[in-house]
Design a protein around this ligand. Structure first.
Ligand code: ACO
Length: 324
């Protein structure tokens, strides 16, 4: 029997504090016009003091569980994608597990930076279709505000905090693209680009957390090429034409990167979920935040084909094709 990981519900959470481009322009030498023109970002949410990645993750998870009609006790797996865990160890996922009141199963963090949610979806999917778990909670949660150099205008304007979550359950399928659930995942990494986008600290190197460093132009160039490749790979693997994709739910790094990918797919902008203007880049949280928004406002409907894609530090990149 073929199993498919069906999406039962989505949720998200954004900290209440909003920081506009104009507010940033009072701290560093930048302007609303520069940020909007280069990135499409107008504002970002920033976690309050004392508000941690686990808090954001828990709030998103609770909404996803409620919308799915699933009780925490029914979960047997949590995969939490984050590059900004509460502590170096244990996994933030175990804190969320305890807070949800889930005492069985297993929970762990996964680190693929901005590609984290795609990686986490792939990993959870594999456990579900292998029959090693039945119901999984996949979370992307980040507090990038804590690892930014707030003096560096080239990076501090790009990121925000937030979380998104999705409940998956293994159910019988037929093995065709008509099935509902995760239809394919494709993951890639190339560690030769390790220092093009990284945090300059860590427990084993500096004993400090460090701050984000990036070769922006290089990241941009790689993102446009690799995202086009990974989208083509997903379509070919499922023998689909671009016009069969109902929604592109891309990682939200930069409006220009998203528009370039949509153009290559020949997808009109009204079939792309875009949140980067309001959320900025929330790393592993950006796709599930966008997905939850599209589902909540009724744009993404049951039975539709959703293609998620992302690229991030490592470099890592990948896609997940899902029929809702
Ligand atoms: N405000 C004003 N000027 C700025 C700012 C700012 N916030 N940041 C940089 N500049 C200046 C630079 O100092 C430089 O000035 P100079 O010419 O006097 O030296 C000038 O703008 C051009 O800098 P570039 O870095 O070449 O600008 P670019 O057009 O490449 O845009 C950007 C920079 C927006 C970062 C772009 O490269 C980009 O979007 N890259 C992708 C980065 C990204 O999305 N990373 C997220 C993580 S990876 C991912 O999620 C895909």
């Amino acid at each position: 029997m073929i199993l498919r990981a069906r999406v039962l519900g989505c949720g998200s959470y954004l900290p209440s504090r909003i920081v506009t481009n104009d507010a940033l322009a009072q701290r560093v030498d930048t302007s609303d016009a520069w940020i909007v023109q280069r990135t499409g970002i107008r504002q970002r949410h920033v976690a309050a003091e004392g508000e941690h990645t686990s808090d954001l993750a828990e709030a998103a998870a609770r909404e996803a569980l409620e919308r799915a009609g699933v009780k925490p006790a029914e979960l047997d797996l949590i995969v939490l994608a984050t590059a900004t865990p509460d502590n170096t160890f244990p996994a933030t996922a175990t804190k969320v597990q305890a807070r949800l009141g889930m005492t069985g199963g297993f929970a762990f963090d996964l680190q693929a930076v901005c590609t984290g949610f795609v990686y986490a979806t792939a990993v959870a999917n594999n456990f579900l279709i292998a029959g090693q778990a039945r119901t999984a909670l996949v979370i992307g949660a980040e507090t990038f505000s804590r690892i930014l150099d707030w003096e560096d205008r080239a990076t501090c304007v790009l990121f925000g905090d937030g979380a998104g979550a999705m409940v998956l359950r293994a159910e019988p399928g037929t093995g065709t693209v008509a099935d509902r659930g995760v239809l394919s995942t494709h993951l890639h990494s190339d560690g030769r680009d390790y220092t093009k986008l990284y945090v300059d600290g860590g427990p084993s190197t500096t004993r400090t957390t460090g701050v984000l460093r990036m070769e922006g132009r290089e990241v941009f160039r790689s993102a446009v090429n690799r995202l086009a490749e990974v989208v083509a790979e997903a379509l070919a693997a499922n023998r689909l034409d671009p016009d069969q994709i109902d929604w592109l739910v891309p990682h939200q790094a930069n409006r220009r990167i998203i528009e370039a990918t949509a153009k290559k797919l020949n997808l009109s902008p009204d079939r792309v979920i875009m949140t980067v203007d309001r959320h900025a880049n929330t790393s592993a949280a950006s796709i599930p935040l966008a997905l939850a928004e599209g589902v909540r406002d009724g744009r993404i409907r049951d039975g539709q084909l959703v293609l998620m894609e992302a690229m991030g530090g490592g470099f890592t990149w990948g896609s997940a094709l899902v029929r809702m």
